[in-house]
Design a protein around this ligand. Structure first.
Ligand SMILES: Cc1ncc(C[n+]2csc(CCOP(=O)(O)OP(=O)(O)O)c2C)c(N)n1
Ligand SMILES: [Mg+2]
Length: 333
């Protein structure tokens, strides 16, 4: 999709915001990667290289629409409008974190933004999203639900059960498959018998597209089409976004299973650089604006590091607060 076409939907400020958000995700994660040793849980999964997906998808939905995320959830959290100070503090296990330091990187959630949570269980987001989409339909709310998941999760039974139910009940849900070529160290072409995973949509009677997940304009266009269909009662869509993660599976991964050439090839397809070049060509931003955005972004992140350092550790006496719901209050037994 060209920038001119995108401009029919988005203002200049909104286009620049897409660039800023991708950069914020990139810089945020590169900064925490430097401090990874201080994070209590060593399993921090970065989204570096995949930023166009979260930002492009979230630009095509409304604030009151929902998302469910994965173990690689910082990008989804930021793209849905989550506050980076509360994200930073959560990752470092501090009281000021969005889940008061109880969740950590893999369980960030911001219900005030309808970001329903990252999830340490691969493939567990789609069935949760299915329930939310069913509620939206039964209450006639007109809200759509996006569920992000990976190529590894694409082979999980719960995903397929969710796609089947979503299709037969025509639920307003969009399955966003982030195909970064690996499920941990397992290559997708070893684990899967088809070239394009979106073909699986046909087996459930829903629409499916495969797109370049590093091109934010394509991600936006495909999501918009799926959202329009879902809001009209046309049911779910599967969007497969081809992409690549630049870093190891986690900050602890030696990452020996991928060649240097392959990593370099994908770095040349950087989603942020690609969008930046399009914006410059269309005279929407120039070198001075780019520099200013970069400086502001770095400053914002440094401020959040300072706030995180000041935030206290959760008091051990409150360890069970907000973790269990009193079943009597829920009408249970
Ligand atoms: C049910 C389950 N099985 C296995 C794991 C261990 N695990 C964590 S991430 C991961 C790979 C997931 O790959 P993919 O869905 O492609 O997402 P990506 O990490 O590439 O973003 C695995 C196997 C898990 N967390 N949950
Ligand atoms: Mg993967």
């Amino acid at each position: 999709m060209s920038i001119e076409e995108l401009q029919k939907d988005l203002s200049l400020d909104e286009l620049i915001m897409l660039y800023k958000k991708m950069l914020l995700i990139r810089e945020f994660e590169q900064r925490i990667t430097k401090d990874a040793g201080k994070i209590k849980s060593p399993l921090v999964h970065t989204y570096t290289g995949e930023e166009a997906i979260a930002v492009g998808v979230c630009a095509a939905i409304n604030d009151n629409d929902y998302i469910t995320s994965t173990h690689r959830g910082h990008g989804h959290f930021i793209a849905k409008g989550g506050d980076i100070n509360s994200l930073m503090a959560e990752i470092f296990g501090k009281e000021g974190g969005i889940c008061k330091g109880r969740g950590g990187s893999m369980h960030v959630a911001d219900f005030s933004k309808n970001m329903l949570g990252a999830n340490g269980i691969v493939g567990a987001g789609p069935p949760l999203a299915l329930g939310v989409a069913l509620a939206s339909k039964m209450r006639n709310e007109g809200k759509v639900v996006i569920t992000f998941f990976g190529d590894g999760a694409a082979n999980q039974g719960m995903l397929h059960e969710s796609m089947n139910l979503a299709a037969i009940w025509k639920l307003p849900i969009i399955f966003v498959l982030e195909n970064n070529k690996y499920g941990w160290s397992t290559p997708v072409d070893y684990a899967t018998g088809v070239k394009d995973l979106s073909i699986r949509a046909q087996g459930y009677g829903m629409k499916g597209f495969t797109i370049d997940g590093n091109d934010i304009t394509e991600v936006y266009r495909a999501t918009k089409e799926a959202v329009d269909l879902a809001r009209k009662g046309g049911g779910p869509t599967l969007i497969e976004c081809k992409t690549y993660r630049w870093q190891g599976q986690t900050t602890m991964d030696a990452d020996k299973y991928r060649s240097i050439e392959e990593k370099e090839e994908w770095k040349r397809k950087c989603p942020i650089e690609a969008f930046k070049i399009k914006l410059i060509k269309n005279e929407i931003i120039d070198r001075a604006i780019i520099q200013k955005i970069k400086e502001e972004t770095v400053e914002e992140i440094e401020q959040s590091i300072k706030l995180t350092k000041k935030s206290s550790k959760p008091d051990i006496n409150t360890v069970l607060d907000d973790v269990y719901k009193n079943s009597m209050n829920m009408g249970g037994t």
